[in-house]
Design a protein around this ligand. Structure first.
Ligand code: PLP
Length: 463
């Protein structure tokens, strides 16, 4: 299996190189050269298997000869061993034909654990075999960073630097990043917003001298390995509701477009998905783009669902690449236009392709809070604000004979202030999170200045 860049200029890589590299050298994102298809029989055969067995079968065609079957099985087993639920991604019912896919039973209580735990194990296995070390640099709006630090802490072959926007992540998110004691993990609080953090990471990758000196690797949602890991739970949940005989729809709380793009990959692989619904908060660039046909950046307004407070949606580039018929030159042009003028019009042909695949909706702050309150009343479930955005948008889609699955992307206890404001109830952390509020914090404050950030990384890395 070969991987090509969405901008058409970077070298073609195999799975292992793609995973270890993250961002392509032409600034693009790697995607598989072709998408493997599972037959209806292959999909039906997933029923009744463990999550780990399903994960192996869904991901195996994408990894080529990066790992032997036995290695890959062991990697998957280690990745999900720390989850607090035997089903890994259980489904609960919210209402008539509306289901919630609980993706928050991992060690940092958000869906990003599914991908990050797997990537951590894949990196360790591949780098140890190659006798190499890498420096992982990531930008986070809160959940990616905590999941990355949790997945890579204490590994020998990796230093991890995570930049988050100072003052704009929840206390639980911050503490999950600042309390691990291992010397190879570093939390950096950047003076800026999430898009600034993301831009700094992109600029570091474009600084080839620095990139090669510290052997930069990225585990942001641009990393293909992360998208791939997320494809699995679209299959596991759909199969438990009767796929491939029965179609399902998904509503996905969306920021960087990684999770919903994984749903698109599942669909391309043959999973009968009727609707893929993009749900955004008030930072609604994706919803506006699908409605108006123009991708136009506006300022980020902080919300109670901070992990979706994004105006530059990295993985959307992958969707554009598909919508433009895999024309890397066209995508590179759009991205230049975005950098120069803060937006671009999507061509008529491409927007029609996108609208055919994705529906969309948005939830205001008030609608998000109201959804948390009414769902508690109607079902007894306490939703996190991101999940509430999804549930609100899913309900707008109306009842259908096709089951709707809304992705529950985080545990309510990760955003206790917003949940308490909506319901009067402060959701407690699960017991296994124990003493998070008591542990000492360790963090370095940085200015939004590339030279300063790079100097700091040179100084602090242990490898
Ligand atoms: C990251 C995140 C999202 C958005 O996911 P994308 O893949 O970036 O679209 C939604 N909810 C939560 C809780 C998250 O952590």
């Amino acid at each position: 299996m070969k991987y090509v860049s969405t901008r058409g200029q970077a070298p073609v890589l195999n799975f292992e190189e793609t995973m270890l590299t993250g961002l392509a050298r032409d600034g693009g994102l790697y995607v598989p050269e072709s998408i493997p298809v599972m037959s209806a029989g292959d999909i039906a055969a997933l029923a009744g298997l463990t999550y780990e067995e399903q994960a192996f079968r869904v991901m195996r065609p994408f990894i080529g000869d990066a790992f032997t079957d036995a290695e890959f099985e062991a990697i998957i087993a280690r990745a999900y061993a720390s989850f607090g639920h035997d089903a890994r991604a259980p489904l609960v019912q919210l209402g008539p034909n509306h289901f919630l896919l609980e993706l928050f039973h991992g060690p940092t209580l958000a869906f990003k654990d599914f991908a990050m735990q797997l990537i951590g194990q894949m990196f360790e296995s591949a780098l140890t075999r190659r006798g190499e070390k890498v420096t992982i640099v990531g930008a986070t709006s809160g959940d990616t960073g905590s999941a990355a630090i949790e997945a890579f802490r204490g590994l020998d072959a990796v230093d991890v630097f995570i930049m988050y926007p100072h003052g704009r992540v929840s206390e639980v998110q911050r503490r999950q990043m600042t309390t691990p004691v291992e010397a190879n993990v570093h939390a950096l609080a950047l003076d800026g917003d999430f898009d600034d953090c993301q831009a700094a990471v992109k600029d570091m990758f474009a600084d080839f001298a620095f990139r090669d000196e510290v052997r930069l690797a990225a585990v942001n949602s641009i990393n293909w390995g992360r998208v791939l890991a997320q494809v699995v739970y679209f299959f596991s949940s759909a199969v438990s509701l009767g796929a491939p005989k029965r179609s399902v729809s998904f509503t996905v709380p969306t920021g960087n477009f990684g999770d919903i793009f994984a749903g698109y990959i599942a669909k391309r692989m043959g999973l009968p998905i009727e609707r893929l619904v993009v749900a955004t908060n008030q930072n609604d660039i994706l919803h506006r783009t699908l409605e108006s046909g123009a991708y136009t950046k506006e300022g980020v307004t902080p919300s109670i669902s901070p992990s979706m407070d994004i105006q530059v949606s990295s993985n959307f580039e992958r969707a554009l690449f598909e919508a433009y018929g895999r024309d890397g030159g066209a995508v590179a042009q759009l991205m230049d236009e975005l950098k120069a003028s803060g937006g671009f019009p999507v061509s008529q042909g491409a927007i029609e392709v996108l609208r055919d695949i994705y529906a969309s909706g948005r939830a205001s702050e008030a609608e998000t809070s109201a959804t948390i309150a009414t769902m508690l009343e109607r079902t007894g479930e306490i939703l996190c604000p991101h999940t509430a955005v999804g549930v609100k948008v899913a309900e707008e889609q109306g009842l259908s004979a096709v089951p709707m699955i809304t992705l529950a992307t985080a545990h309510a206890a990760k955003f206790p202030d917003a949940v308490e404001a909506a319901t009067g109830i402060r959701p407690p952390l699960p017991n296994r999170m124990g003493d998070l509020y008591q542990r000492p914090e360790r963090v370095t404050r940085v200015k939004n200045d590339l030279g300063e950030i790079e100097a700091l990384i040179r100084k602090m890395r242990k490898t």
